[in-house]
Design a protein around this ligand. Structure first.
Ligand code: DX5
Ligand code: ZN
Length: 211
């Protein structure tokens, strides 16, 4: 299991130290939550802060856009060369076009599904996607409770990916702890995002427990 700590739960007063600490603790990706106050009722960070994160991170960035006007935000973040940019299908009329745009920068592309969105909605995009991110909370805030229906969704998505012969990874985001990690692994999840679970304890202990 790959582990991507969400820096939403970090102490932003010492963000550089926090990024160094999670990278030293052995995380696989640094998950960056970008919220615009429109798609979700919260506002986080833009390219100025994320460029500072990118400078100190020794692990690749995983940028999760929770925004309206995805194309505008992809253009803002592409110069920072994250490993992944993921965007919400619920907010995109032309997902196929946007996937190609993300890939044109040499960045891996992923789509995010809110808790209500069925995996069948992206069936014909799977061959183009490097990752599908399944939300196991409503996007907008850290520290919420895990919504267990994501387990069945991950299983169905895993079967769809196998049927298409695609190499798409499955990531799950929200409420991930040592209490649900085994169910996620059994369902075929490849990467977990964890915010409050990692930042509320010793980072290495937390990351090792999920892995
Ligand atoms: C929620 C974010 C998550 C969040 C996860 O909108 O996408 O990445 O930070 O935090 P926890 O692990 O505390 O649920
Ligand atoms: Zn996220």
């Amino acid at each position: 299991m790959l582990v991507a700590p969400s820096i939403l739960s970090a102490d932003f007063g010492k963000l550089n130290d926090e990024i160094t600490a999670i990278c030293d603790a052995g995380c696989d990706l640094v998950h960056v939550d970008v919220m615009d106050g429109h798609f979700v009722p919260n506002l986080t960070i833009g390219p100025v802060v994320v460029s500072s994160v990118a400078k100190v991170a020794t692990k690749p960035l995983d940028v999760h856009l929770m925004v309206q006007n995805n194309t505008f935000f992809v253009e803002l973040f592409a110069p920072l060369k994250p490993e992944y940019i993921t965007f919400h299908i619920e907010e995109e009329k032309h997902p196929h076009r946007l996937i190609q745009k993300i890939k044109s920068y040499g960045i891996k592309a992923g789509i995010v599904l809110n808790p209500h969105t069925p995996p069948e909605s992206i069936e014909f995009l799977l061959g183009d996607l490097d990752m599908v991110l399944l939300m196991s909370v409503n996007p907008g805030f850290g520290g919420q409770s895990f919504i267990p229906t994501v387990i069945e969704k991950a299983r169905r998505l895993k079967a769809m990916i196998a049927e298409k012969g695609a190499a798409t990874l499955i990531e799950v985001d929200g409420g991930v702890t040592d209490q649900n990690i085994n169910l996620l692994k059994e369902a075929g999840v490849d990467i977990v995002v964890a915010g409050s679970y990692v930042f509320k304890q010793d980072y290495k202990t937390a990351i090792d427990s999920l892995r």
